[in-house]
Write a protein that binds this ligand. Structure first.
Ligand code: GLN
Length: 465
């Protein structure tokens, strides 16, 4: 009830698309009965959670923040959602995002932008003199609703999705922990796809230990997702004390990217020094193909988008236009009315990259570059580096009015420079809040680990937290 009240009090954040009040009260009551009987279902029994609106939820609207799916109610739960329910989690609602998870601001959904809870907190107001309800800052995205839900204390855990940084970016900008697990460790069944070869469910929590518990619950093989892999260990509790003395922390030199703010750079150095003082070996490493990662990501992303979005034709489900002069015309106008221009733009360019005469030049080439990017990481990790320490974002959260200015659109693409290479390589990474900026806004740092070393990565993250 406290969480439901907070959702009402924080409605201005626009974090929730659907609040599942009735279900939440019912689930909470059942959990209470079990807890009073001393028979909890699992570690999440009675814990309030929020789920990004691109995970299917049985009999609960799943919109992807798009007009195309605004009335879509799936008949089943995504595997990760079902696993949370099996542990007794209480669903507070479905949370806001960029349309079909395309974006880095949570400003591009059909239900309006998400506001960063830190816009209303004392540090930001005092440091910047910003007036209430103006000058608010974005959450980052695309899982902005998930980050806002955790940061505003309306849920203890939120599911996001992460294709190129969509959980880690808003995690960093809203001051919450965001884990992007190894590709395949968590099932994508019921997660409406953006880029099938890169999508993973993201885990957003208030602490690293919480993220580890949730990872333990969600990981593992799923017969409904052929890309899943068995969990390497069932350990869910992190060691109370992890000695970083024996680890080697790599600092990729290419991540000194243009646009990295002085403050984010200073944080990065501060934490690197902290590792060094604690006895870890900190060394500079090189990931030479980083410079191609944004372009490469976008070619691959748009190509998969063009193919994934083909299912939304106005026939089986989703928005159907009134235009009925021909089937073709109905398709065209349903898609025109249903998708925003970011989605339509990606479909268009994706189809262009996939044209017979362009396929080799764009799609195949991007796949080759993707391999080179992944090999960079492999080489560094096999040279004895345990984790890489990098910034998560270039700056702290931007004001909504700045972020949405036309000339800044390219900047928002650049924002993913530290996160996208990780998805292309399928690696685990976690963003951890480490400080407040001069404007009183959170700054996060990212740790990247080798494939399937999620647990170790979290142990290091906990030390850093
Ligand atoms: N910002 C990236 C994009 O728009 C990443 C999105 C994501 O991770 N879902 O494609």
């Amino acid at each position: 009830r406290k969480c439901l009240n907070r959702i009402k009090k924080t409605q201005h954040l626009n974090a929730y698309i659907t609040v599942t009040e009735e279900l939440a009260l019912k689930q909470a009551q059942e959990a209470e009965t079990r807890l009073l009987q001393g028979a909890p279902k699992g570690p999440l029994d009675g814990i309030p959670i929020a789920v990004k609106d691109n995970f299917c939820t049985e009999n609960i609207k799943t919109t992807c923040a798009s007009r195309m799916l605004k009335d879509y109610t799936p008949p089943y739960n995504a595997t990760v959602v079902q696993k949370l329910f099996d542990q007794g989690a209480v669903l507070m609602g479905k949370v806001n995002m960029d349309e079909f998870a395309m974006g880095s601001g949570s400003t591009d959904g059909a239900f309006g932008p998400v506001r960063n809870p830190w816009s209303y907190a004392a540090p930001y107001r005092e440091q910047t003199g910003a007036a209430p309800d103006s000058d608010w800052v974005i959450t980052g995205g695309s899982s902005g609703g998930s980050a806002a839900a955790v940061a505003s204390l309306t849920s203890y855990l939120a599911l996001g999705s992460d294709t190129g940084g969509s959980s880690r970016n808003p995690g960093a900008l809203c001051g919450v922990v965001a884990l992007k697990p190894t590709y395949g460790l968590l099932s994508r069944h019921g997660l409406i796809p953006l880029v099938n070869s890169m999508d993973v469910p993201g885990i957003m929590t208030r602490s690293v230990s919480d993220a580890a518990i949730v990872l333990g619950i969600l990981q593992g093989l799923d017969i409904r997702d052929s890309t899943t892999i068995p969990a390497p260990s069932s350990l869910t509790e992190l060691p109370e004390y992890f000695d970083v003395k024996n680890i080697c922390v790599g600092i990729p030199k290419e991540y000194h990217a243009p646009g990295l703010s002085e403050e984010n750079l200073a944080q990065w150095s501060r934490v690197a020094d902290m590792f060094e003082r604690a006895g870890a070996q900190v060394k500079q490493v090189s990931l030479p193909h980083t410079q191609y990662s944004i372009v490469c990501y976008h070619v691959l992303c748009h190509a998969e988008v063009a193919s994934n979005m083909a299912r939304f034709d106005g026939l089986e489900y989703g928005h159907r236009s009134e235009v009925d002069i021909s089937t073709e015309a109905m398709y065209a106008s349903s898609r025109h009315e249903g998708f925003n221009d970011v989605v339509r733009g990606r479909i268009l360019s994706g189809n262009y990259f996939l044209l017979k005469q362009n396929y080799e030049h764009y799609f195949v080439k991007a796949q080759k570059v993707r391999r080179l990017i992944a090999d960079d990481f492999k080489r560094v990790f096999s040279s004895g580096v345990d984790v890489l320490l990098t910034p998560t974002t270039l700056t702290d959260a931007a004001c909504y009015s700045d972020f949405t200015q036309e000339d800044n659109r390219t900047r928002s693409t650049q924002e993913d420079v530290f996160t996208q290479p990780v998805n292309m390589a399928g690696l685990p990474a976690v963003s951890v809040p480490t400080a407040l900026s001069r404007r009183g806004l959170p700054i996060g740092l990212q740790l990247i680990g080798p494939t399937l070393q999620d647990q170790k990565l979290l142990s290091v993250a906990k030390w850093m937290e």
